[in-house]
Write a protein that binds this ligand. Structure first.
Ligand SMILES: O=C(O)CCC(=O)C(=O)O
Length: 457
């Protein structure tokens, strides 16, 4: 008995020592995990913006709401949160090197504001580092039940969410109607607001959302146009451009003379109808005429506008007048039809990155996204086209192309021009004063007001 008892006591002693060790080990592990997680929280805290904090609070509130009212909201929330019900939501700020035109990343694009670009080392690393907090915010948002719910509801109402941005037109139509008195309902829409706080966090994009998009969804000005003109305006609104066989008022024989353009600006001209009809505001501003010549031999490396982009100025209209016939071998401008209503992600904006001008998009991705919608602006001398520079576009830069010479006329809605968020020196998210329109080429200011008593412009 005794030896066995001793043995038992001995084995009890050994077991107790093992248990102690295991418990101690477990305790240590817990302590390490706790300290690491606390440290990482503390380390992260300073980088979390007010919006991110708000987002987290919102998600928590949404969760507690579900507990309170399990019958109504609870079932919805839990179904949204089930793993099987989760949808894959891409993050536009992840792997953004693929997003950009490789030529641009190698510094191969002409642009006076970003000559600095060529001297920057580790461009890709810097771009990724700049957008890292946006990437993390989107990742956190889409992992929450609330984020999943917001996106699902919007997609259910027809949100177009693609690689470069979002188009809310179907959502507006489904929730509020095709056109409404102000067109501004989305600015008060909780889901859209949430998206703005997560995906579109800079001043220019918020401005385009609040100021430009409503113009697409607002009832039309009562313009007294005849049917052919009305049809052209509707085409312009649908596609973001209209090709013109011959600009009315223009003296084609003297199209190389800058003065020959002026009659196009007269009251009641086709150009005025298109500009005013498209911008759909009481007052628009003509900001000037620019000469642009593309000589033979230019290519996508040395003419930056040969790489896909939107101008980053929001809704702005340019009219091109051709000094010679532009065929498919005369550097025609190419435009992605329908892309003008897109709210572009900040990392595609000219004025949003760590330096201005990181906005040239990967052609392969553009063709994948818009292939059949891409249209060449072909027309005769004295013709041309008019377009919204918020549409995605690029000059066609094949090596065998002939010289192209054009006049470019710029227009903006008065509230747009007056209120664009601007800053100098360059501040990410704000436009420098020498752009939109360019100070060099567009320093006229001629205001056209809609005369509602006559319905004329
Ligand atoms: O030269 C072209 O055809 C393109 C012009 C352009 O990209 C622009 O004016 O924004």
């Amino acid at each position: 008995m005794f030896p066995r008892q001793r043995a038992r006591r001995h084995s009890f002693g050994a077991m107790s020592a093992t248990t102690c060790c295991v418990s101690f080990g477990f305790f240590c592990l817990c302590a390490v995990v706790f300290v690491v997680s606390l440290t990482s929280q503390l380390y992260r805290s300073p980088a979390i913006s007010v919006k991110e904090a708000t987002l987290r609070t919102d998600a928590e509130q949404f969760g507690s709401l579900a507990n309170k009212d399990a019958d109504q909201t609870g079932s919805l929330v839990s179904s949204l949160c089930e793993d099987s019900a989760r949808i894959h939501i891409p993050n536009p700020f992840a792997q953004i090197n693929d997003l950009y035109e490789p030529l641009m990343l190698r510094g191969k694009h002409h642009n006076t504001t970003i000559n600095a670009f060529r001297k920057i080392r580790n461009v890709k690393i810097k771009i990724n580092a700049f957008w890292e907090s946006s990437k993390q915010l989107v990742d956190r948002f889409k992992a929450t039940c609330e984020g999943q719910g917001v996106i699902k509801r919007l997609l259910g109402d027809g949100l177009r969410m693609h690689r470069f941005g979002m188009d809310f037109s179907n959502v507006h139509q489904r929730r509020y109607g095709v056109l409404t008195a102000e067109g501004a309902e989305l600015t008060q829409d909780k889901d859209a607001q949430h998206i703005m706080d997560v995906y579109f966090r800079n001043a220019v994009t918020k401005f385009f959302f609040a100021n430009d998009l409503p113009g697409h969804y607002r009832e039309r000005l009562p313009l007294a146009f005849d049917l052919p003109d009305r049809t052209l305006v509707e085409q312009f609104r649908r596609d973001g451009f209209v090709r013109i066989d011959s600009w009315d008022g223009l003296d084609v024989e003297h199209v190389r003379d800058r003065a020959s353009i002026r009659p196009m600006l007269q009251e009641g001209s086709l150009l005025r109808k298109l500009v005013h009809g498209y911008l759909n505001v009481e007052e628009v501003v003509f900001t000037g005429i620019q000469y642009l010549g593309l000589r033979h031999g230019l290519n996508r490396s040395n003419y930056g506008n040969g790489q896909w982009h939107h101008d980053g100025c929001g809704q702005r209209v340019k009219a091109f007048v051709y000094m010679q016939k532009v065929d498919e071998f005369t550097h025609p401008t190419t435009i992605a039809a329908g892309s003008q209503k897109t709210l572009w992600y900040p990392n595609t904006q000219f004025f949003a990155g760590h330096i201005p001008g990181v906005n040239k998009l990967n052609e392969t991705l553009v063709l994948e996204e818009y292939g059949p919608m891409i249209t060449r602006m072909l027309a005769n001398a004295g013709g041309g086209f008019i377009f919204d520079t918020n549409a995605l576009h690029a000059a066609d830069m094949g090596p065998e192309h002939k010289k192209r010479e054009v006049w470019i006329l710029d227009f903006e809605a008065r509230p747009h021009l007056d209120n664009l968020p601007r800053a100098t020196p360059y501040t990410p998210g704000k436009i420098t004063p020498d752009f939109c329109p360019s100070q060099k080429n567009h320093n006229e200011r001629i205001h056209w007001k809609f005369d509602s008593s006559k319905g004329r412009i």
